[in-house]
Design a binder for this molecule. Structure first.
Ligand code: F6P
Length: 540
């Protein structure tokens, strides 16, 4: 279909519904349907998705599902799982689901995935039990991942989220930023003799990763001799020639494939640093958790399908209600890096303004994604979310138990989470604020003066995801839920969620500039950039 999806009757129906819904308050919606929770929540396995505080009715959900049908979502999902080249701008299949598939043999790449898994597991076991050692014979205990974007955010999230599942005495570390601060901090603290670097880069050309990897190699060579890097470096990449040039031993290379995008790659050897920290059994549970969601996504009617509903609500809030941002609010400290991970997943995937056919869209696509864990966030930016002039869509995510299994502290977290859900949705009217102040004994003039400041409009829409506890399995499920939700949104918007040409221009211009060398910038606005370079050279 080449016409914009906004020309579909199902789309226009949602535009009409949104016009009504913009006038509605969640208080009215609750009054109109006393069984909103029953009608607007879905359970799958151990997961609960509560949409009852979204600005929707059952009609909205039905209309969103109708739109999903009209844009051919089911066929797109099947095409993705089958390995059709749905990444049309790069002519590639999109098969991150094959990396965790428990339905072996479904796609041609499965045997390569299995062979890679076996090599990864053998290597992980050898490092963890000390058979694989550094150049001096010391066991490798400090594992430093060097990578950026998808080659950093996924393994970082998994390693941090599953800290309570670390075993084997290995500590993961992460170096991503081009400014080298992270590497310098680490090299001051770590013993090179027990440090293993994992250079993660699908292309093996990314400037930041190359610069950090070369600096790390110089550190190892300086400390342990010219032959030492062979024992202290492994790599994950598709680029054999560049790994040759770096001097990586053939048995120290793990594959990536064109059919896995960086932001979808944590399931591959890109997850190696996390797998070294938690062990292959746990990592296998992470993969199986994701695969369970894959099966659910493939086989469940839209109305009961968690990622489909999450994606459709995302479209509703962004495109039809016009909410520009999505705040991700995990009530779980272990998920502190989830907002950063989802920023890349959602914004690099769906931050596009042209359709698959190259036509400019006339509707809003990906929101700005941001967030922090609750309850910390309550004490920083929640003020603005409650009373500021912009309205954000809110994703609350909370486990029933704390990461270590306890309930006492998690009860406090859940109390806060539920209170915030209520406050955001229903607010406090001016009359309620006045009554509260009068009851507290405030004098009449103060009540009148303070009432506008103590009123909460409410009507801030939120979703809530509840799950048992943060484990390897539930983390795999959570990430797969969001991956598929992003695909659903991209499909409704008619865009390619799997390329990222938007990041190329900056990379190209950066490679054409040197601060202290001979390259002067060229192209539009070059004089202004040249003036900045001159300023740096003169003033530092
Ligand atoms: O600049 C964007 C990007 O290409 C991401 O899509 C990717 O995850 C990241 O850079 C790192 O790329 P690579 O793994 O090739 O180093």
């Amino acid at each position: 279909m080449t016409a914009l999806h906004s020309t579909l009757p199902e789309w226009r129906e949602l535009v009409a519904q949104a016009a009504t819904m913009r006038e509605a308050h969640l208080r009215d919606l609750v009054d109109a349907d006393g069984r909103r929770f029953e009608h607007l929540h879905v359970e799958y396995a151990d997961w609960l998705l509560d949409l009852s505080r979204q600005r929707i009715t059952r009609d909205t959900l039905a209309a969103l599902c109708a739109l999903a049908r009209a844009v051919g979502l089911a066929a797109r999902v099947e095409a993705m799982f089958r390995g059709d080249p749905i990444n049309v701008t790069e002519g590639r299949a999109v098969l991150h689901t094959a990396l965790r598939s428990t339905f072996a043999g479904t796609v041609a790449v499965q045997h390569e995935v299995l062979a890679a898994r076996q090599r990864i597991e053998a290597f992980v076991a050898a490092v963890r039990d000390g058979r694989e050692r550094g150049a001096t014979g010391k066991p490798l205990r400090q594992i430093v991942n060097i990578g950026i974007g998808g080659s950093d955010l996924g393994p970082l999230l998994v390693a941090e989220a599953l800290r309570h599942e670390w075993s084997g005495g290995l500590t993961p570390h992460f170096v991503s930023n081009v400014d080298r601060t992270q590497l310098l901090d680490l090299t001051r603290a770590l013993d090179p003799a027990e440090t293993l670097f994992v250079v993660c880069s699908k292309t093996f050309t990314t400037q930041e990763t190359q610069a950090n990897a070369h600096a790390a190699r110089a550190w190892i060579t300086g400390a342990l001799g010219a032959e030492a890097p062979g024992a202290h470096f492994v790599a994950v990449s598709t680029n054999a020639a560049a790994m040759d040039a770096f001097g990586l031993r053939p048995d120290r290379r793990f594959p990536m494939w064109d059919w896995v995008g960086g932001r979808y790659s944590v399931w591959s050897a890109v997850g190696l640093v996390a797998e070294l920290a938690i062990g292959s059994d746990r990592f296998g549970e992470f993969l199986r958790g994701a695969s369970e969601i894959d099966a659910h996504f493939l086989n469940t009617p839209f109305e009961q399908n968690l990622p489909v509903l999450m994606g459709l609500i995302g479209v509703w809030n962004r495109t039809f209600l016009g909410l520009p941002t999505l705040a991700v609010l995990p009530y779980e400290q272990r998920l502190a890096r989830l907002p950063a991970y989802l920023q890349q997943l959602e914004m690099e995937s769906n931050g596009k303004s042209v359709t698959l056919a190259g036509a400019r869209v006339d509707y809003a696509t990906a929101p700005v994604v941001w967030g922090e864990p609750g309850s910390n966030a309550q004490h920083s930016f929640f003020q603005m979310l409650h009373q500021g002039s912009a309205t954000a869509a809110l994703d609350f995510i909370a486990p029933l138990r704390g990461a270590w299994g306890g309930t006492e502290a998690q009860d406090l977290a859940l109390q806060n989470c539920f209170a915030q859900l209520q406050a955001f949705a229903f607010g406090m009217t001016r009359e309620e604020a006045e009554t509260e102040m009068r009851t507290a004994g405030l004098p009449g003039p103060d009540v009148a003066r303070l009432a506008p400041h103590r009123t909460y409009e409410g009507n801030r829409p939120s979703s809530l995801l509840l799950y048992p506890r943060t484990t390897a399995r539930t983390l795999g499920q959570l990430l797969a839920l969001y991956e598929h939700s992003v695909f659903v949104q991209g499909t409704v918007w008619g865009i390619n969620s799997f390329d990222q040409f938007g990041v190329e221009l900056g990379k190209k211009l950066a490679s054409a500039i040197t601060i202290s060398g001979a390259h002067r910038p060229s192209g539009p606005g070059a004089a202004g950039i040249a003036a900045l370079i001159d300023y740096v050279v003169k003033h530092r």
